[in-house]
Design a protein around this ligand. Structure first.
Ligand code: HDD
Length: 758
């Protein structure tokens, strides 16, 4: 066919055929034969979000309920339209002058589609760019009623929340399991307005004054010339800064500890870091520090595991959180407060409460629980919710006020400011995820992306034209009123108080509170990070800082770097340890832990079935690992394989079980190869698939519980796993083995495997 417009005309005709386009075609025009199609051509109803994926109810910028479907506007109708609601008949080809001809400027659909795409990305957060979030609910215990009038902390009050966890240094597409601080930001949609608790998983900060924030972040981010390394602190500029600016020592030490590589967002503590001021109904004030305590305990990866996970599953933490919530293992944290009298000097037991490089040991001021957070729903849309959520330390409610911590003061400016670049203007509170659930009645008007249709003519006060509305609230009608704190007469100075000058005794307390295995991990981390620096002067300065914390720490890292250990430049006084800072030595629930079960077609499949069920019954997740995907066994009770030897890697599992071959006393591993080799029973282990060998060897090195039954122990030796080593168990049956492994998991890891042990 030589007619250049014939092809396009056919397209139009197709679109006009009854049943594939608008309901009525051109009367009397016969449609061409129906071509084979890949996609369904008949419209069907919209796919509603799953009930557990809904966000909290939203309200309009003027406080009117908008209905649960407000945020659910994508693909709701049966026909594709453009952004103006006009139905489209084709979206796969540009409008051209002939199939091989030039694209026409009049193609407004092409123009709109590509214009929108061109602007799909917004600037990532300057810090905390990579994050994962979830919806949940916070329930007040009422135990804080004597210290705060905040309504959401009253007994049994339930408040919707949105929590975003993050790494600090990496870009939005970086890996999850890097060594870094983690953000822990919570938005409470309270009846009195939004309260944001914008904290971290580390209770202290690198700097004492916000004016140093650009410095520490410039030093921590990739080098400006090559933009490497990504999401790492193991490089010269970071260590250059933190060894010169020694107030960073305490936070850096926490980063080098196991806290810098959490096992899961669900297993991290959270801290408000600053000291806040609570106000009760009588107007009395109390200084507090906020803590989130995870019900699952505080647990970490080991460094090699974290590095492997960066490669094999860069979404390790994001996946873990979403999977757990989807599976119904809803993570929980208790919110707690340490309370201190609001004295004029704002110190407690000699610790300056306005210095954010200080923590107050829990032994001196116990953490008192005041409410329970449960995360129970994943976001429906990453961009709309996780990316567009905007936290701000100045989002406060009556009963919670700020202090004069100079770091907090700078934050009170920065968080609003950054949203203007990131979210494109001042109306970001109108985005569904940011909308308060309390009625909004502000006099803020216009601006980019204004979505409210404000009524009235007098958005100013005083006015008479809108009847004087809106009126002001008072203390008894829920107004936020700043605490009238006395400001001492002073001169304007650019100075820190003398009490901010001790940079080493708090880090020393942290170091001395660690168990031997945790100390070993810290030494390893410093040796790795300083070892990655090129500048000799930076390494040497790093050792000088360590000498001021502890001689042993300094000597061990110096030995690893091959450098002499320097003498301290300050007096190294012993301090009272705080055992609460250690992560080792207790037992915790095993909910949501992942048990890998290695088997194959010739394995004890009845045993595997029983173990799978027992794992599920105890609230954990079984993943069956076999040589290939599909099913093991036949019929109704065939076992689904979740991971193959190709897709499984040790880092995904908290413990590994190996099913043997019943009746033979042989392990089942690599049985396909083994069948070919068909040696005597004792040689079976030699045929172990190397990937299974690696799985077991890594699990062993990383201190994970390993179990086997029905002769599976024969393989342990070939994988370099001594069957009599601590935390390696051989049971009579699958379920008996699981029981022992579960007990081991309660302590998170088999600490005895590390040297030195606990
Ligand atoms: Fe910050 C984001 C936590 C000091 C400036 N910060 C941000 C987030 C968390 C924290 C969790 C991510 C929020 C989210 O998920 O959207 N920041 C902290 C803590 C600090 C701290 C615990 C010290 C105690 N931050 C801090 C200072 C400044 C900032 C001193 C500036 C002077 N932080 C920001 C920011 C960010 C931010 C640039 C980036 C994106 C955003 O705010 O919304 O404004």
């Amino acid at each position: 066919d030589t007619n250049p417009l014939k092809h396009a005309a056919d397209k139009v005709a197709d679109a006009l055929r009854p049943g594939s386009g608008p309901e009525e075609g051109i009367p009397g025009k016969p449609g061409p034969e129906t071509p084979p199609v890949q996609e369904p051509v008949e419209p069907r109803g919209p796919l509603p979000p799953k009930p557990d994926q809904r966000g909290p109810e939203t309200v309009s910028p003027t406080g009117q309920p908008t209905g649960a479907d407000q945020a659910d506007v994508a693909q709701r109708d049966s026909r594709l339209t453009d952004a103006q609601g006009t139905r489209l008949y084709e979206t796969d080809h540009s409008l051209k002058a002939g199939a091989r001809g030039p694209v026409l400027l009049q193609d407004h659909h092409l123009r709109e589609k590509v214009m929108h795409f061109d602007h799909e990305r917004i600037p990532e957060r300057v810090v905390h760019a990579r994050g994962a979030a979830a919806h949940g609910v916070f329930q007040g215990y009422g135990t804080a009623a004597n210290v705060t009038k905040a309504a959401f902390l009253a007994k049994d009050v339930e408040t919707p929340v949105f929590v975003r966890f993050s790494t600090v240094l990496g870009s939005r597409g970086s890996s999850d399991t890097v060594r870094d601080t983690r953000g822990f930001a919570t938005k409470f949609y309270t009846s009195e307005g939004v309260f944001d608790l914008v904290g971290n998983n580390i209770p202290v900060f690198f700097i004492q004054d916000a004016i140093k924030f650009p410095d520490i972040i410039h030093a921590g981010k990739p080098h400006p010339d090559r933009e490497i390394p990504q999401a790492q602190s193991a490089h010269d500029t970071f260590w250059d800064f933190v060894t010169l600016h020694t107030e960073a020592t305490h936070h850096t030490l926490w980063n080098m500890s196991d806290r810098g590589i959490p096992r899961s967002y669900r297993m991290m503590e959270g801290f408000g870091v600053h000291t806040f001021r609570l106000v009760n109904a009588a107007g009395e004030t109390t200084l507090v520090k906020f803590h989130w305590k995870p019900k699952l305990g505080v647990h970490s990866l080991v460094w090699e595991e974290a590095q492997i996970a960066n490669g094999v599953d860069p979404d390790f933490h994001r996946r873990d959180l979403a999977d757990a919530i989807e599976a119904g293992a809803h993570p929980q944290w208790e919110l707690g407060i340490q309370t201190f009298p609001d004295t004029p000097d704002q110190t407690f037991e000699g610790i300056d409460l306005l210095d954010p490089t200080n923590l107050v040991p829990e032994e001196l001021a116990p953490v008192q629980p005041i409410g329970l957070l449960t995360l129970n729903a994943n976001p429906s849309n990453y961009f709309a919710e996780t990316e567009q959520v905007a936290f701000h330390v100045g989002h406060l409610v009556p009963g919670i006020d700020v202090t004069d911590d100079p770091l907090l003061a700078g934050r009170l400016f920065s968080y609003l400011d950054t949203q203007i670049t990131r979210l494109g203007g001042p109306n970001f509170p109108q985005l569904p995820i940011n909308r308060p659930h309390a009625p909004v009645n502000d006099m803020l008007r216009d601006g980019m992306h204004q979505t409210a249709v404000h009524r009235g003519v007098a958005p100013y006060k005083p006015n008479s034209l809108d009847g004087g509305c809106p009126f002001m609230a008072g203390a008894d009608t829920g107004a936020f009123i700043e605490t009238p704190v006395e400001v001492p007469a002073a001169r304007k100075v650019r100075e820190a108080p003398e009490s901010f000058a001790d940079h080493f005794s708090q880090p020393r307390r942290f170091w001395q509170s660690m168990t031997p295995v945790e100390k070993e991990h810290i030494i390893g981390a410093y040796t790795f990070e300083l070892g990655k620096c090129y500048e000799q002067a930076v390494k040497e300065r790093g050792l000088k800082v360590l000498a001021n914390i502890d001689a042993e720490l300094c000597a061990q890292v110096a030995a690893g770097l091959g450098l002499p250990a320097p003498d301290p430049t300050e007096t190294v006084e012993p301090v009272e340890p705080s055992p609460a800072l250690s992560q080792v030595g207790a037992t915790w629930p095993t909910d949501g832990r992942i048990i890998g079960i290695v088997t194959d077609e010739s394995g004890d499949l009845d045993g595997v079935r029983a173990v799978r069920q027992a794992v599920l019954d105890s609230g954990m997740v079984p993943l069956v690992i076999a040589p290939a995907g599909g099913k093991l066994g036949t019929g109704g009770d065939a076992i689904t394989v979740q991971r193959t030897y190709v897709t499984a890697r040790s880092v995904e599992f908290d413990a590994v079980l190996v099913a043997g071959t019943p009746g033979t006393g042989k392990d089942a591993l690599g049985a396909r190869d083994a069948k070919a080799a068909a040696g005597p029973a004792g040689e079976q282990a030699a045929a172990t698939d190397p990937r299974v060998g690696l799985l077991l060897a890594e699990a062993f090195r990383h201190g994970k519980a390993i179990g086997g039954w029905a002769g599976a122990d024969a393989v342990f030796g070939t994988a370099g796993v001594p069957a009599d080593a601590p935390g390696v168990v051989v049971g009579d049956s699958g379920t008996a083995t699981l029981e022992q492994v579960t007990q081991l998991l309660g302590s998170h890891r088999v600490w005895e495997r590390f040297s030195p042990a606990v």
